[in-house]
Design a protein around this ligand. Structure first.
Ligand SMILES: CC(C)(COP(=O)(O)OP(=O)(O)OC[C@H]1O[C@@H](n2cnc3c(N)ncnc32)[C@H](O)[C@@H]1OP(=O)(O)O)[C@@H](O)C(=O)NCCC(=O)NCCS
Length: 203
């Protein structure tokens, strides 16, 4: 998690202005962006959750789900400086971790597969872009500055600085380039790691 020198509100304004050319003033960001409201509310829900007021935390997060259409479980760990654009239908699960400068669009799920216990939701490292309606499932890690294409379904780790698209999501760019050799190597590694964690008896 990043250092918190600047504070939640200043980071929220910074990241919104950096990512949305439509954001004109700080006041407009604070008053009209559902993502800013949902993340601000999550700070209180998370505080209540950590201090064992779990039912109150769940009720508080559900109240803000009603107003913002963004559902963040109070247990999720979310850094300052996360950007949520539009946000409707966004779901973030209990054990998800989201680092600073991550961009999340509407319809994204940081969810579980239903098969894992304990840490069962994704970790999204700093600067990653998770496009509209992408579904990230399980305790996977999306590396720093990676991009996940719209409507992709991601069930295995995504290395840093790559682009993945499709169902199931595959690497299509490395550092923005279509370097077939690097892409093939990364895909072979991803497949081996997926199989060793999901089907260990096949090894
Ligand atoms: C993935 C994305 C971030 C682009 O990343 P990029 O690294 O610049 O990748 P490119 O645009 O060069 O595309 C790489 C390849 O993936 C394909 N591709 C891009 N997005 C895709 C998607 N969502 N689904 C399937 N294929 C996709 C491209 O056609 C290209 O194919 P090629 O290798 O055959 O040429 C972008 O296309 C995307 O999905 N943006 C959506 C952002 C969003 O949610 N906006 C909502 C605003 S309201």
């Amino acid at each position: 998690m990043s250092e918190k020198k600047k504070g939640f509100w200043r980071e929220a304004i910074r990241v919104t202005k950096e990512n949305d050319p439509a954001a004109r003033t700080a006041l407009e960001v604070l008053l009209t962006y559902p993502g800013v409201k949902a993340l601000a509310a999550h700070r209180l829900s998370h505080f209540l959750w950590r201090h064992h007021f779990k039912l109150l935390a769940r009720m508080h997060s559900q109240f803000w789900r009603f107003w913002t259409q963004i559902e963040i479980h109070p247990g999720a760990q979310i850094d300052y400086g996360v950007f949520i654009d539009h946000g409707s239908g966004l779901v973030i699960g209990e054990t998800a971790v989201v680092e600073h400068d991550v961009k999340l669009y509407h319809g994204v799920t940081l969810g579980g597969t239903g098969k894992d216990k304990g840490k069962r939701h994704p970790t999204v490292r700093h600067g990653a872009l998770i496009s509209a309606h992408a579904q990230l499932l399980g305790p996977i890690e999306v590396g720093a500055n990676a991009k996940v294409g719209a409507s992709a379904v991601v069930v295995s780790d995504v290395p840093e600085r790559v682009t993945v698209v499709g169902i199931p999501a595959r690497v299509v760019r490395v550092d923005g380039k279509k370097d077939i050799k690097k892409i093939t190597t990364l895909e072979e590694r991803r497949e081996a790691s997926y199989h060793s964690s999901h089907h260990p008896s096949d090894q």
